[in-house]
Design a binder for this molecule. Structure first.
Ligand SMILES: [Zn+2]
Length: 211
């Protein structure tokens, strides 16, 4: 399946591709795109519209998978999924609004169905997903409880340290470890959904709708 992937680094994208293939049950043939040269929020928010238009009109991509790290922003919650209940301080909700506006605006593609879109958010970063099965304390529930009590339970450097043994891994190390962990998770998606029901759950639900 021809799919464009977007995450905050090429290592993140490699992991995202493996996990998406596992959910879809088909091999992904990645489609390149020029629309998002700048990584990180809010640059990706601003650029999402142009990449969707590029993919829709100028590529043969059938789908687009996009994840963003929540970092310190409002985590996505099930209540946001209710009609007109999107939270403008939640990154996933913002991305959904942008994608919806583009989908409503584009002309049909002559030889292809509309671009399928799957959006997710990792709380607080994709390293948390990849630690699933290694550290049971890393989960959306732990994160939300921490926020309620006024203290974040772990930082992104903490997660990197656990995953790579260093807070500053090279891109090669990052890619190797992320690919390994993603392959492990691909065989255990239920666990990932249980630990990250909102941010990964959203991505999973979108991908299941593609079938
Ligand atoms: Zn939300």
């Amino acid at each position: 399946m021809r799919v464009a992937l977007y995450a905050e680094s090429s290592a993140d994208e490699a992991a995202l591709g493996i996990i998406s293939e596992a959910v879809l049950g088909v091999a992904i043939e990645p489609v390149g795109h020029a629309g998002l040269r700048h990584r990180g929020w809010p640059a990706v928010r601003t650029a999402l519209r142009s990449i969707l238009l590029e993919l829709h009109y100028h590529t043969d991509a059938e789908g687009f998978v996009f994840i963003v790290d929540s970092n310190g922003s409002t985590p996505h919650l099930p209540a946001h999924n209710l009609a007109d209940a999107h939270d403008p301080t939640c990154r996933l909700c913002e991305l959904r609004q942008i994608a919806l506006a583009v989908q409503r605006q584009v002309r049909p593609r002559p030889h292809l169905p509309p671009l399928k879109i799957a959006l997710g958010t990792a709380v607080p970063a994709i390293e948390a997903w990849l630690l699933c099965g290694m550290n049971h304390q890393v989960s959306e529930a732990t994160w939300l409880n921490g926020i309620r009590q006024g203290q974040i339970p772990y930082s992104r450097p903490d997660l990197k340290n656990q995953l790579y043994g260093t807070t500053r891994p090279s891109l090669a190390v990052e890619t190797e470890v992320m690919t390994q962990r993603a392959s492990h998770l691909a065989a255990n998606l239920q666990n990932l959904r249980a630990q990250f029901p909102n941010g990964f759950g959203a991505l999973h639900a979108d991908l299941m709708n593609w079938k």
